[in-house]
Design a protein around this ligand. Structure first.
Ligand code: 9D3
Length: 240
């Protein structure tokens, strides 16, 4: 059983979409559990204050370290602690694989301008972002991380996705998919896919995956080219 705890000012945002579909069924089957912790419950004053103005000045408010500390203290165990923040390292499939292989995770969702850095450091949190765009808090990113982790848990997916993929599948964008009808509103499925020639289908899919990756993801394309290079490119002279 993977145990997820989420520290947030908006516990009503959970489980949200994770109540439906694959993740929802997996939770009903006891493959993972969810605990939400309302950070406001750990405020020390009558007004349940969780934030204050930033030292040094500047816009917005900062979440107080003593409040977050009390919330962590209530749930912390051997699980990794993750702070969702736009300043974090980009979340990747390797993070998801690592978390899925462990006992669970404790996710801290920030609001306002941010969280006092001392409590992030004191609790040794991994700082993670889900991409270069601005959201209003860490809650949607936490749901993204949880979804990516949950689908990797043993027994959550059928065999469909666990089937071994072609060797290039991990590093390239996916090829386009088609199903019946073979002619839809005058748009025909590529002939090769209905040819019955499995080698030709595989070659077409690989070519399409490479074309799309080169067009849309120069970063992935460069890494793929580097990995699949038979030898270093000779046209770049070595430094003297
Ligand atoms: C002007 C400075 N802003 C940083 C870009 C402040 C700021 C904006 C939005 C601070 C926090 C937030 C709320 N976002 C998150 O908490 C967040 C997030 C995101 O906005 N994008 C991608 N990944 C993440 S993880 C947490």
């Amino acid at each position: 059983m993977l145990c997820a705890s989420v520290l947030t000012l908006f516990p009503e945002m959970f489980p949200g979409p994770l109540a439906a579909s694959l993740a929802g069924r997996a939770r009903a089957r006891g493959l993972w559990s969810l605990q939400t912790v309302n950070i406001r419950d750990f405020a020390g004053d009558r007004h349940r204050t969780v934030d204050d103005t930033p030292f040094g000045g500047g816009p917005g408010m900062v979440m107080r370290p003593d409040v977050i500390d009390a919330a962590f203290a209530a749930v912390a165990d051997d699980r990794p602690r993750i702070f969702l923040t736009p300043r974090g390292r980009p979340f990747t499939q390797s993070h998801a694989q690592r978390y899925a292989a462990g006992p669970g995770l404790i996710l801290l969702c920030g609001r306002y301008e941010g969280v006092d850095q001392r409590v992030i450091d004191a609790w040794d949190c991994e700082e993670i972002s889900v991409g270069d765009y601005v959201l209003s808090g860490g809650e949607l990113p936490a749901l993204v991380v949880l979804d990516a982790v949950i689908r990797l848990l043993p027994g959550v997916m059928g065999d469909a996705d666990s089937a071994v993929e072609e060797s290039f599948a991990e590093s390239l964008l996916e090829y386009p998919h088609y199903t019946r009808p073979a002619d839809w509103q005058g748009r025909r499925v590529p002939d090769v896919l209905v040819s019955g020639n499995h080698a030709a289908v595989a070659a077409w899919r690989r070519a399409e995956a490479e074309r799309l990756t080169a067009e849309r993801r120069p970063d992935l394309w460069a890494a793929y080219r580097a990995r699949h290079a038979a030898a270093p490119v000779a046209s770049v002279p070595a430094a003297p």
